[in-house]
Design a protein around this ligand. Sequence first.
Ligand SMILES: *Cc1c(COP(=O)(O)O)cnc(C)c1O
Length: 397
Amino acid sequence: MPRHSLLDRLARHSAERAQAGLLRRLRTFDHADGPWLESGERRLLSFYSNDYLGLAQHPQLIAAFKRVADDEGVGSGSAHLICGHRAEHAALEEALAEWTGRERALLFSTGYMANLGVMQALLQDGDLCVQDKLNHACLLDGAKIASAELKRYPHADVAAAARQLTSRSDAAALLATDGVFSMDGDIAPLRELAALCQRESATFMVDDAHGLGVLGDDGAGSLSAAALGESDVPVLMATLGKALGCHGAFVAGSAALIEGLVQSARTYIYTTAMPSAVAAAALASVRVARAESWRREKLVALIARFREGAGQLGLALMPSSTAIQPLMLGDASAASAAARTLEERGFLVGAIRPPTVPQGKARLRITLSAMHEEEHVDRLLDALAGLASGVAPTGPV
Ligand SMILES: *Cc1c(COP(=O)(O)O)cnc(C)c1O
């Protein structure tokens, strides 16, 4: 038999996706200006990004970035363990450890790489990795590259997680969950999961990509909000590219964990360190995020306003108290059509479809940010009302 062509197979796979109306589309935007995104002639009000605190364009972040780029240039030149690790990285790691109440923190170039690196370093063949079904793709991929046995429990079902852990009580085990679920916006049952892990001697890992900066008194994240410390959750991972408005990620925990990652996490060892200007901007961002609590308060008020208005319209809200406010539509083509209609009316929201979410659970992913004003939320609600009733919203956008 002739060998199959890999490129042909890939093209067939894309054609199948197109056939199913599930093609992913790369868009280029010309300019970002606060909550506005410009595309060609159009200026669209975005409820689309993860810049929950509105920090990506904060003057203090931009100034820190420019100062270090002027001083040191752009690229770090090598991996952290060669000569890419600078004072800016070290200062950022210290600030992140202090903020999250952990002994140490270690920077990774992206959240995806952080999760792969942690899991590959911790887990071995034959270990057990128990995860929420709705965890982010990179947590699932991490368990796969570590060749651990991956068991996925139904969303937020602590009893099912307990059964999965006890089914192999002899195996070394890691339980990993998103703190805030990226497509649903709800918060994991963190205290119950922490207690379960204590009881079962499993290591607990939380990915707080959508909680850091947003939850907790000074934005220290979902673990701080749940009053869980390093002994409850020994492995904390979070990103710098969402609420912190920068790029990159980190893992925080005991000095022993961090030292182990430095020795063993391949996505840490074998990759170029993030530019030091990015680290400097992220350090500025940590300071602003902690100090400017009005951003969290404003976000909370906007979330409440959105939920109240959407409730009055009878929209199918999901049980989320966070900046991620999905509207469940079910059918993938309905989600795409709704996002298209909203865009015609001047709004950008995400249409999230399988396989990112399960079949039949397509939705609009609406994200709120401290850079929105009440009036923006009201306009979006008007547009959603028009969508629900099939009529155009009143008022210009
Ligand atoms: C975005 C995200 C990541 C990946 O982080 P990047 O820095 O964008 O690679 C990991 N986990 C969760 C839950 C995320 O939402």
